[in-house]
Write a protein that binds this ligand. Structure first.
Ligand code: GAR
Length: 207
């Protein structure tokens, strides 16, 4: 798993993976920041951690190559980005094609990029949420595995909405990981199939 900060999605996956029948295991947590609180969550769960600080590298390619080496050495089968706030270059993304997933705090294709909750409020959408998707070279793009949605409520500000979305993120990411690890996801050029039926899976929370 690649993280940059708080690591609450990492925690949701740690918790999910600790269930006896969960079909995946977290082998390594890498952060590009040494002060990411998520590193402590991994440490508490007994998961090996590494800090690969982007600032230590002269170029994006050199940073990406160090990441790639760490993941390859650890025999990683699937890379989960969870609040990883660095853009990965095309060579890294190509090397991990269909083995690299991300969680983004909006219902893509709406609101790619940053400040998604404030932008959702400004746009006046009725529902907002999160997307777990395979990563492609274009940022916040790629076949969608799971989308979790929540209502936008009167009186919401960006923080209240973010907290509601985060709760559904913590359900959507473990679900997506489970589906992939169980071999139920087939990736097609612009969408996925789950058990042979068109995806994505939708988790629509009432309130
Ligand atoms: C989450 O809301 C995640 O969706 C978002 O960062 C937060 C990380 O929280 N990711 C992005 O914005 C990616 N561009 P966490 O560290 O507590 O999981």
């Amino acid at each position: 798993m690649l993280i940059s900060g708080r690591g609450s999605n990492l925690q949701a996956l740690i918790t999910a993976c600790s269930a006896p029948n969960f079909p995946a295991e977290i082998v390594l947590v890498v952060s590009n920041r040494g002060d990411a609180p998520g590193l402590e969550r991994a440490g508490r769960a007994g998961i090996p951690t590494r800090v690969i600080a982007h600032r230590d590298f002269a170029s994006r390619d050199a940073f990406d190559a160090a990441l790639d080496q760490a993941l390859t050495d650890a025999r990683i089968e699937l890379v989960c980005l969870a609040g990883f706030m660095r853009i990965l270059g095309p060579a890294f993304i190509a090397a991990w094609h269909d083995k690299l997933i991300n969680i983004h705090p909006s219902l893509l294709p709406q609101f790619p990029g940053l400040d998604t909750h404030a932008r959702a409020l400004a746009a006046g959408v009725k529902r907002h949420g999160c997307t777990v998707h395979f990563v492609r070279a274009e940022v916040d793009n790629g076949p969608i595995i799971v989308q979790g949605s929540v209502p936008v409520l009167p009186g919401d500000d960006a923080d209240k909405l973010a907290a509601r979305v985060l709760a559904v993120e913590h359900r959507a990411y473990p679900l997506a990981l489970r589906l992939i690890a169980e071999g139920r996801v087939r990736v097609l050029p612009d969408h996925i199939e789950i058990d042979g039926r068109p995806g994505p899976v939708r988790l629509d929370v009432a309130a």
